[in-house]
Write a protein of this length. Structure first.
Length: 81
């Protein structure tokens, strides 16, 4: 059994209003030193077999088809130990 993490983030050129709202709220909550925030999504997929090349290829297809809007989002895939 393997766990694969898919992190999805807006592309750098896409405005992130949620990230901007968080960045504005942090100083009001007493936090300082943060100059920018980007908000994203994390998906944890548990596979019933090993995270071999075929399985990771399927995960990539899942991300491209369902998990990320590839027009405005980038994604990365990693296997968690």
């Amino acid at each position: 059994m393997a766990r694969v993490i898919v992190d999805v983030m807006l592309k750098p050129e896409i405005l992130d209003p949620q990230g901007q709202a968080i960045a504005r709220a942090l100083p009001r909550l007493g936090f300082s030193g943060v100059t920018g925030v980007r908000q994203g999504k994390r998906f944890e997929l548990e596979l019933d077999g090993p995270a071999d090349e075929a399985a990771l290829s399927d995960v990539r297809k899942m991300a491209e088809t369902l998990l990320a809007n590839t027009v405005i989002e980038d994604f990365s895939i990693r296997v968690e130990d």
